[in-house]
Design a binder for this molecule. Structure first.
Ligand code: ZN
Ligand code: ZN
Ligand code: FE
Length: 715
């Protein structure tokens, strides 16, 4: 709240300037003006933050080092020369250091550091860049960097950052305490070192993200569009997935078999120091064991990472809330989130409507939670895979912390329909009313919500796994509706999936299942060689632990395995990614056969004709490149046809695209382009991920329609 007094022209000027000359991080949502009676006052005073009951302030996200601070950091004359905790009101840690509101120093992890007179003077000077910068610090009064060896013994060095650079140059693995948690860093040019990191981390093939010194280095290795440049250099400083240009000089183990590379620029003062001393590319991967949350505490790091890291570069500023790097990709003209975390969280997603406080607990994989308060959707950072105990603990912490932080008690908890999800179990244990909503309905509502659209819309929802209202595994769905309810207009023909979850990591099992439904006699195909297929065929025949699925992700898996690509994978979705890569960014011109059949008021998009054609192509010796290009064309045509049918039935011309499969650049960009050409309004995800990281938002919005008495669910 700002009180100003003066003559009318001055006040007008002030209001204009308020909108025009905002500081870099300011975001003005609304301005409300009113006139109050004049009192005799002069001067400029900043009052205390009111700590009344209702806190309306937002907490800013963690922001990358600004240019002014970077200059000071590298200026030998400056009192913060090479000080790794330099920050100001325009940059530095925020969300990760805040314990509660109001956002004042005593409630941050800086409370243990008393500002020296010089820092205090800056903090209290309205004309200083560090005026009210809560994490303000300097070498005299602030946090200190320390270097420890693998046994946790302190190394006595005069400049820990400089020493670390030397260790990295030698090919050693260093655990670095960053903004939202620890990273494992290793020289990305050193193949032995990168391979050792892979081995120790237990991460076979999943690509590592890298940090590059500057844009010149990025341009050397990757293609860079204007939008990608802007994203990399933004204050949010996410990982941007770029197209590789050359691999020369980079370890092939960084991102094996990929045509893209996840890249970020140095975003903390510590990173800047490391890269200033002669390194240009580092692998920077979240310090965890595969699929566990990032490690954030010093003791925890020393204990859990000692088998991975050779050295630890840490400090004494605690991280209250762990937060991974955000991962983005530029597709169809916009930056899209794959993982929305540091830099973006907890900035709200603005909703079209006000409503009661509701908490969406998210799904099982790539979990996030979403708290709706007023017109704000406060969506948590990426929490991870709930099958993992550490991730579940992290989930519990974040779900309650968000409520404390924003002082909002939900009237309703919304969870996934899946009875076995940890998040469902958690919701049912709380003493708050609950609602279970269908997974793909949540995807649909999420995309509508972030676009501030009410609907109804035709939703193409494609992903790996989601529990259906009939207890089957859904994942290739066409829904028509809005947050209050949706009709299942069409879905893929259900196919048998032997072994359920086991098939996710072994696409050859999916392939056998899909064959068994498509052929009366299963043909002999090259992918079956050296695999123990008999027991699986027996399962299929006896229908023991066989699940019916309409999943689009599994269809990708099956086609990849049939084409002889990846029989087994090391992370979910790997086969689908490899199949997309095989197409080489080119959409086929001809399609496999597909048909749509109407069954009791619902369209079934037949899968078996596609499988028959794929098999025929394999038997004719058609290349994987060709098969993949044709398969992508088939999906695009199939969905364009079904959308036309939906339009003819309902008159709706708005189409929503959601679900993890839309991280497939080839499918996504072609579908968006061709649907728009055909005159549809296409709504896509920009603010939240199209994968399961986005469903908490959809769940919460559906929850509001339930509280308003409008909920009908999926039918
Ligand atoms: Zn700064
Ligand atoms: Zn100081
Ligand atoms: Fe999903």
């Amino acid at each position: 709240m700002i009180e100003v007094q003066g003559s009318a022209p001055f006040l007008d000027d002030f209001c204009r300037a308020l909108k025009r000359d905002v500081p870099p991080l300011a975001k003005i949502e609304t301005i409300e003006e009113c006139t109050i009676s004049c009192v005799s006052e002069d001067g400029f005073v900043i009052g205390d933050s009111s700590s009344g009951n209702e806190v309306e302030t937002l907490i800013p996200p963690d922001i990358a080092l600004c240019h002014d601070c970077c200059r000071e950091l590298l200026d030998p004359e400056n009192r913060r020369f090479r000080y790794p905790f330099i920050n100001c009101t325009n940059c530095g840690p925020r969300y990760t250091i805040v314990a509660r509101l109001p956002y004042d120093r005593p409630f941050t992890s800086m409370h243990g550091f008393t500002m020296c007179p010089e820092c205090a003077a800056e903090y209290h000077d309205p004309l200083d860049r560090r005026f009210h910068a809560q994490p303000n610090a300097c070498p005299v009064c602030g946090p200190v960097l320390t270097l420890l060896d693998a046994s946790g013994k302190l190394c006595s060095v005069s400049d820990a950052a400089l020493e670390t650079t030397e260790l990295l140059k030698k090919g050693l693995i260093v655990a670095l305490k960053g903004v939202g948690g620890f990273h494992l860093a290793v020289d990305a040019r050193n193949d032995k070192a990168v391979s050792r990191l892979r081995e120790r981390k237990g991460r076979e093939a999943k690509p590592f993200a890298v940090m590059m010194r500057d844009m010149a280095v990025v341009r050397h290795f990757c293609e860079l569009s204007e939008g990608e440049y802007a994203a990399l250099s933004s204050a949010e400083a996410p990982i941007v997935i770029l197209k590789k240009k050359t691999l020369e000089g980079l370890s092939p183990s960084v991102a094996p078999d990929h045509d893209r590379l996840g890249v970020m620029l140095p975003y903390s003062p510590l990173h800047t120091l490391l890269f200033n001393d002669g390194i240009d590319v580092l692998v920077m991967t979240s310090a965890n064991f595969s699929e566990e949350p990032i490690v954030n505490e010093n003791d925890e790091a020393l204990l859990r990472l000692k088998s991975i890291a050779d050295y630890f570069l840490m400090h004494d500023r605690p991280i209250f809330l762990k937060c991974d790097d955000s991962v983005t990709i530029h597709l169809s003209g916009s930056l899209r989130h794959i993982r929305r975390s540091r830099g973006y969280v907890p900035a709200p997603v603005f909703l079209r409507e006000n409503g009661p406080v509701v908490l969406g607990t998210g799904g099982e994989l790539k979990n996030t939670v979403a708290l709706l308060k007023g017109t704000h959707a406060l969506i948590s950072q990426h929490i991870g895979d709930m099958k993992n105990f550490e991730a579940y603990r992290h989930f519990q912490h974040v779900a309650t912390h968000l409520q404390h932080l924003f002082q909002a008690s939900p009237e309703l908890l919304v969870h996934d329909l899946h009875p076995g999800y940890m998040t469902t179990g958690w919701a049912l244990k709380q003493d708050i009313p609950v609602l279970g909503v269908q997974h793909h309905h949540a995807h649909h509502a999420s995309c509508l919500a972030e676009n501030r659209e009410e609907g109804p819309a035709i939703g193409i929802i494609l992903d790996g796994t989601g529990y259906g209202i009939d207890g089957m595994i859904w994942g290739g769905e066409v829904l028509i509706g809005d947050a209050s309810g949706a009709e299942r207009f069409a879905s893929f023909e259900p196919m048998p999936l032997p072994g359920g979850d086991a098939a996710v990591m072994q696409p050859w099992r999916a392939a056998l299942g899909y064959l068994s439904r498509s052929f009366s006699t299963i043909p002999d195909l090259p992918f079956m060689k050296e695999r123990c297929i008999e027991p699986v065929l027996e399962l299929l025949q006896k229908r023991v632990s066989v699940y019916e699925t309409s999943s689009c992700g599994r269809l990708f898996d099956a086609v990849a395995a049939l084409s002889g690509m990846h029989g087994e994978i090391s992370y979910e979705g790997e086969a689908a990614i490899q199949l997309m890569l095989a197409a080489g960014r080119t959409m086929g011109s001809s399609s496999f056969r597909y048909t749509h059949e109407e069954h009791s008021g619902r369209w079934i998009m037949k899968v078996s004709p596609i499988i028959l054609d794929v098999v025929a192509a394999v038997q004719e010796g058609v290349s994987v490149v060709d098969i993949s290009q044709r398969f992508h064309r088939t999906l695009v045509n199939c969905f364009e046809d079904i959308i036309r049918k939906a339009y003819q039935t309902t008159g709706i011309r708005t189409v929503v695209l959601s679900g993890g499969v839309f991280q497939n650049a080839l499918l996504f960009e072609t579908l968006v382009f061709e649907l728009e050409e055909a005159g549809y309004r296409v709504l896509t995800h920009v603010l939240v991920p199209s994968n399961d990281g986005g469903i908490s938002l959809g769940q919460a919005v559906i929850g509001r329609s339930y509280l308003a008495g409008r909920y009908r669910g999926v039918y």
